[in-house]
Design a protein around this ligand. Structure first.
Ligand code: BGP
Length: 471
């Protein structure tokens, strides 16, 4: 639909930005923090930065929050490191870790920045991983206990909670992004049991949040793409539906309705990967109701009918945004209409609108975008980062939010990835996303000085005008 007049962004729209604990904080073993699977198991290619120092936000959070305030952020979406709060996952509580997040949240609130807190963003405590990780149902109890600690500690300061970041990517691409730890080096059957256990953990955390914090809101945060058929051949449409069910709807239906999407379940049964469902599980899943859907959007994906052989598969193996293909199910295809970024991720602003429309159509829950952004090889030249390519990317995506709002979709916030440069999941610090440049490279942490990029000044203007100055 084309409009004569677009609807404005709501007055209380949460213009924000995102990070995650292990990618931004550094201080990986300080003040009592325990190791997570990221510290013990991530295997990086030679010369790619690790997460030990990251962007050193742990020590520089006050300076960073002052910059976020200057940027005009109304919200900041970050994660709490489980291993700072409970170093071994389910034992002693570490007061120093709790104190850090009190300071961070207080700093944000003092500047009128709404904290949006992810409970778990890829960094499972290594001690739990040693005991089977998500294969072990005791990890579900440990997660709920950890959630309870956070709700009790921060419940009077935090209104928006996210359960698990990109559970679907941990299941589908855990090896590529390095989130599996030891327990994830398992068969698909085991991994889909882990998936089921994570759904239980999420459901119980949502129910607990509602019980203990009636004013708070909580939701899941999967990575969602709209899936396009490679052509209008009916077989390609079936393939697109297959992949949509397994990649997106499995996770969304479980979070919202507490039930397995029928096509995804048929797939699991066909492969012999269906999880064991214990007595009471289905009740636990259906009793939990999210208040909103948070989702991360970077691109769409395009697939065709399976040819039944290795030509279905993407040779590079795939990652969060690069579709992999699966024999007998769908074939990875390239969308000739879309450009790609420097890392092979397709760029599709219009697909963003499609994704918002589809989510609203199916679930009728308010939406918040908790990640969206452009990874690029930024260069700091004479104290300036001229990232006009990022401005262009963000502008074109924000325009599509306004179109989706005009279509009648309830979108209440946008938190692009990232507020400040962080270390990428598997491609180092050279793949930058931030509004604020951090002076370091893969091997040398340098002075970690902060510099506002051109996109910082641009986004500040967009927020100040509540999205009215996009064009
Ligand atoms: C998402 C993750 C983030 C983030 C982002 C960009 O999948 O939730 O943690 O890193 O993608 O991905 P990458 O770092 O691989 O470029």
């Amino acid at each position: 639909m084309q409009y004569q007049q677009l609807r404005p962004f709501p007055g209380d729209f949460l213009w924000g930005a995102s990070t995650s604990a292990y990618q931004v904080e550094g201080a990986w073993n300080e003040d009592g923090k325990g190791p997570s699977v990221i510290d013990t198991h991530v295997k990086r290619p030679e010369g790619v930065a690790d997460f030990t120092v990251a962007s050193d936000h742990y020590h520089r959070y006050a300076e960073d929050v002052a910059l976020f305030a200057e940027l005009g952020l109304r919200a900041y979406r970050f994660s709490i490191a489980w291993t700072r709060i409970v170093p071994d996952g389910d034992g002693e509580v570490n007061r120093a870790g709790i104190a850090f997040y009190h300071q961070l949240i207080d700093e944000l609130r003092s500047k009128d920045i709404e904290p949006i807190v992810t409970l778990y963003h890829f960094d499972l405590p290594a001690a739990l991983d040693e005991r089977g990780g998500w294969s072990n149902r005791a990890t579900v109890d440990a997660f709920v206990r950890y959630a309870r600690i956070l709700f009790e500690e921060f419940g009077d300061k935090v209104r928006y909670w996210l359960t698990i970041n990109e559970q679907n990517m941990m299941i589908l691409h855990g090896r590529a992004i390095g989130t599996t730890g030891r327990s994830g080096e398992a068969s698909k059957r085991v991994i889909y049991q882990q998936n089921h256990n994570m759904f239980l953990a999420q459901a119980r955390a949502m129910a607990l949040c509602h019980e203990t914090l009636p004013e708070a809101k909580i939701g899941p945060a999967p990575n969602i793409v709209s899936v396009y058929p490679a052509t209008c051949a009916p077989e390609d449409v079936i393939a697109a539906d297959n992949w949509d069910a397994i990649r997106n709807l499995l996770y969304l239906d479980l979070a919202v309705h507490g039930s397995y999407h029928p096509l995804a379940w048929a797939y699991l049964v066909e492969r012999g990967w269906e999880p064991e469902i214990a007595d009471g599980d289905l009740e636990t899943l259906t009793n939990a109701k999210p208040d909103f859907i948070a989702f991360n959007y970077y691109s769409t994906q395009t697939v065709g009918a399976s040819r039944g052989d290795a030509s279905d598969l993407q040779l590079r193996g795939g990652d969060q945004q690069i579709v992999r293909g699966e024999i007998g199910l769908y074939r990875a295809a390239k969308n000739e209409h879309l450009p790609t970024n420097a890392f092979g991720w397709e760029i599709d602003p219009v697909g963003f609108r499609t994704t918002m429309r589809r989510l609203w159509d199916r679930y009728r829950l308010p939406l918040i975008i908790t990640e969206n952004g452009l990874g690029a090889y930024d260069e700091l030249v004479d104290g300036r980062v001229r990232d006009d390519y990022r401005i262009d990317y963000l502008r074109r995506h924000i325009e599509q939010i306004q179109l989706a709002i005009s279509d009648g979709v309830d979108v209440f916030g946008y938190c692009p990835w990232t507020a400040i440069d962080v270390v990428s999941t598997h491609q180092g610090i050279s793949k930058r996303y931030g509004f604020i440049h951090v002076n370091r490279d893969e091997n040398d942490p340098r002075d970690l000085a902060r510099t506002k990029k051109d996109s910082f000044h641009w986004y500040r203007g967009i927020i100040a005008g509540n999205g009215a100055d996009l064009h």
